[in-house]
Design a protein around this ligand. Structure first.
Ligand SMILES: C[S@@+](CC[C@H](N)C(=O)[O-])C[C@H]1O[C@@H](n2cnc3c(N)ncnc32)[C@H](O)[C@@H]1O
Length: 208
């Protein structure tokens, strides 16, 4: 039997600590329930995109990052995992895509802490709770640092045949007006984003 990619790579130095039972993805996994209108909004002809829109090629596993178990008692996610930079990541640079199960509102796991919105109008989300890539381990900056050093941005992947596929990407924050983020993310630093206040208020509600 062929082992899933996550198990093959776990312990290989590439994807150490990949959890058993979570499928490692190299491309998004589309729900069979996604209507055509949703697929058409995600997979588009190059000619229908603005000329300024860059089509990227991506290739996992992402050797620029490292999944690491957190063993710092003061870290609010101590005992869980986080994603760290394996090399210097310059401001504004693309780090990796956020991959997972692409679904709509009819097929949502309300309990998931790994579900990101890809298209609000069509209610499309990307849920990395059961399948995903390294990006599912990115923690929120709250309680860890004074602010995030990365953010989610939509981008398009070149899938051939003159087509682009809309995905969520993780990018290093830009330098900013004050220039304070000029260094980007240093080698060994934890990659941190803002989940938004909504994530934590929702979480509080479900815990009450
Ligand atoms: C998308 S996962 C991040 C990866 C997670 N640490 C893991 O090992 O799978 C989101 C979960 O990580 C934890 N988490 C992330 N950022 C946190 C923070 N700043 N404070 C407390 N918990 C955090 C929470 O349990 C949250 O539900």
């Amino acid at each position: 039997m062929v082992q899933p990619l996550g198990s093959q790579l776990a312990g290989s130095g590439i994807l150490n600590d990949w959890p058993q039972g979570v499928v490692y993805l190299l491309a998004p996994s589309y729900s069979k329930k996604l209507p055509d209108v949703a697929i058409r909004s995600l997979i588009v002809a190059r000619s229908d995109l603005p000329a300024t829109e860059q089509l990227r090629k991506t290739k996992g596993p992402y050797a620029n990052t490292r999944i690491t178990r957190i063993v710092t008692p003061s870290h609010p996610a101590n005992g869980q995992y986080g994603l760290f930079a394996r090399q210097h990541l310059p401001p504004d640079s693309f780090i990796l895509p956020y991959l997972g199960y692409v679904h709509d509102k009819t097929d949502t796991d309300e309990q998931s802490d790994y579900d990101l919105s890809l298209d609000r109008n069509l209610g499309i989300g990307v849920d990395a709770s059961k399948m995903g890539n390294e990006a599912r381990f990115i923690n929120d900056y709250r309680g860890v640092s004074t602010g995030p050093n990365a953010e989610f941005r939509d981008f398009f992947v070149d899938i051939g045949n003159g087509k682009g596929e809309k995905r969520i990407g993780v990018f290093v924050l830009s330098v900013g007006k004050s220039g304070k983020r000029v260094k980007g993310i240093a080698k060994g630093e934890e990659i941190l984003i803002s989940y938004g206040k909504g994530f934590w208020t929702e979480r509080q509600k479900t815990q009450e």
